[in-house]
Design a protein around this ligand. Sequence first.
Ligand code: SF4
Ligand code: SF4
Length: 346
Amino acid sequence: MKVSLLRCDSYEYAMEQLRSSLKSFSHLFTPGDSVLVKPNMLSARRPEEAVTTHPAILKAVLIFLKDLKCHAMVADSPASGSFQRVAEKTGIKDVCEEMNVPIFELDQPITVAGQIYKKINLDRRIFEVDKIINVAKLKTHSQMILTLAVKNTFGCVPGLEKSGWHMRCGTNENFAAFLVDLHRLVNPTLNIVDGVVGMEGNGPANGKTKRFGVIALSTNGFVLDFVLCKRLNVDPLLIYTVRESLLRNLIVEHDVEGDWTGQIQLPITTPVLPVPEALRMLARRLARSPRISKTKCVRCKICEERCPAKAINIDQMKINYEKCIKCYVCHEVCPQGAISLVRRIF
Ligand code: SF4
Ligand code: SF4
């Protein structure tokens, strides 16, 4: 198992550099293969905001597939906003038009069984194509702490069902178990993490952009995420999805190609130490809670609509903390950065 860490400081050079690196993965694809490329299209944000996969990275992947005579397509299901608007604002639609590649929303669920969760609705196209390339963004994540290759496949769950999973799972540990199930079902042939410019602090949508200067590639998303944690000097046990992968023995032996290392400021929601089972309830009580800024809020009600616990009432500008499960979806989807995460005295 190999993980390649490609140093790359600018999107201006990313395309050429990535194209030459991708050549070592050509043997995975056969002419005529249908290949679904799954970028991070979280919400309608500009490429320089580093919330979504940069179009230059996507373009390099599409050129690679075209050279191999594969039939590429681009698809995702955004966490908020209309698919069309997200595709336009992120620059992803322009790249697809330029490359003459179809782009569509993942909105046609079929039910499949995971290892732990036995009924998961995923878009049927995931199982109809020959191969999948997962193109994630290197970012922090207020709930999972980091979002890398494994978390990116959450976008294969159609529409509002994504919010429902937060409620169904209830805890960060269960949600990570679900994400690991999901990534195994999607089973990408190749995973790429765009870390040329990513996000630190309170990601995945409202943190600070940061130039990490790396593009990471591997056929194994679990190993890729583990290696990125190590190279970012982050304890893998702090990252819920990586911890779950370790518990399931999914981090197989691997070689790392490339000497890149980096630093990242984690979200304020990061536990100081991995929390032992006995202290989970207390840790949950002490975890930060969302708070709405009345001055920043434009009352679009996206958070209210997406809150899986139905804990938000924007007309009254209130969050019901008895109902709130601290999934931070509201913080993730708010387009105004109007939801902060604060420690409450209880
Ligand atoms: S907090 Fe954000 S998402 Fe919620 S209504 Fe206000 S602006 Fe919209
Ligand atoms: S209020 Fe925010 S953090 Fe609490 S359950 Fe709703 S979306 Fe999740």
